[in-house]
Design a protein around this ligand. Sequence first.
Ligand SMILES: NC(=O)c1ccc[n+]([C@@H]2O[C@H](COP(=O)([O-])OP(=O)(O)OC[C@H]3O[C@@H](n4cnc5c(N)ncnc54)[C@H](O)[C@@H]3O)[C@@H](O)[C@H]2O)c1
Length: 411
Amino acid sequence: MTAVNSDKKPTLRLGVIGLGGATKQIMPTFLSHPEVQIVAATDLRPEACERFTADFNAPAYANIEDLCRDPAINTVYIATPHQWHKEHALVAASHGKHIIVEKPMALTVEDCDAMTQAATRNGVHLMVGHTHSFDPPVLKMREIIRSGDLGALAMINTWSYSNFLMRPRRPEELDTKKGGGIIYNQVPHQVDMVRLLGGGLVRSVRSMAWALEPSRPTEGSHITFLQFENGSAASMVFSGYDYFDSDEFHSWVGESGEEKQPNRHGSARAALRKFVNAGDEANVKSSSAYGSAASTGGPSVQQAPWHHPHCGVTIVSCALGDMRPSADGVLVYNQAGSAEVPVPRGRAFPDKGMVVDEMVLALKSGKSPLHDGAWGKATMEVCEAILQSAREKKEVFLHHQTPVRDAQPAV
Ligand SMILES: NC(=O)c1ccc[n+]([C@@H]2O[C@H](COP(=O)([O-])OP(=O)(O)OC[C@H]3O[C@@H](n4cnc5c(N)ncnc54)[C@H](O)[C@@H]3O)[C@@H](O)[C@H]2O)c1
């Protein structure tokens, strides 16, 4: 992260809660967006706070309460580990701060309710992001579905194979009860995206999930079938075991939109084998954290060409054609052949600009963002149902789904 805090007159005057990996990823978006000013931050790690103050010439508070008392802040970005999202959102709401909370919104639908109620009670917006449902090609596909040009929506298939589970992890990231494993960490991206494409209202869930690697005792893969109320359906597959890499089917463009070195299968496993115990692994993860001696601090500046972010291979089938995100737009296949609809890139790499745009729109219009608390809770309900369906070997019916509110005017 680098100090670029100009004299902008921003709509979002941000307090950042948690200076870890997620913040590092979204910081280029915050810094490049004309409607954002980074006002202050807080983190439990003193070294991260010191680095923030040096980089941004801005206060780093000792705790969240102190940060939320700063009158210069109108919005907080909560990027602490998920078990803290509810508690931190409640503090922010009680101080009248609008909230962008990272995915997953929380660990249970009850916690999602508590967060939404606190936001409503205090008259603030609460938004859940980033997920890959904000990716510009996904939003373009939603627009094409709504236009009716491809006829009625039938199937959404999305598959992602990566090394997610085999990267260095803290012990709680490998414990499902504490929010570890793919269902709380990667599947929310898939669910949010297919709900956006499918209209939002999931009727039922049937899933199987596996913990295939004894040293990582949490779900690392799943296959799930979702039925939507509107008659369409989705299949979602995720495998995080560092064998096949589905970026091979996406022109070797990685999840963030980076151009990726091909055929590195197994390299995350090879790196893991060097650790003697879980402590070593956690230390390696924290040694690269913002503010640590080994960290360079700066955002990963992508020198090579970059493309849209994505979460694997996604194919949407309608009555009159299919479509899928490409590296730089949307590929549409119909009876006339195939054609790429280009989609403009955002301001920064990795591109998470739509998160900011959606909150800016909410603040300017006074209308709830699309990815509000009710939306986040509905996504969480699907994730919980995946775990339940896999455990009980049966179809689970849902009760808290919310439709996509499409008519979002341009910012
Ligand atoms: N949308 C995305 O693509 C994306 C990417 C990465 C992470 N995330 C989400 O962001 C959240 C954080 O994940 P991460 O990978 O950045 O974790 P991380 O461990 O890298 O960072 C978390 C940071 O929060 C700080 N922290 C913990 N408790 C705190 C407290 N009480 N007060 C202040 N600071 C506190 C830690 O010191 C750490 O710096 C998770 O919910 C994760 O799912 C989302």
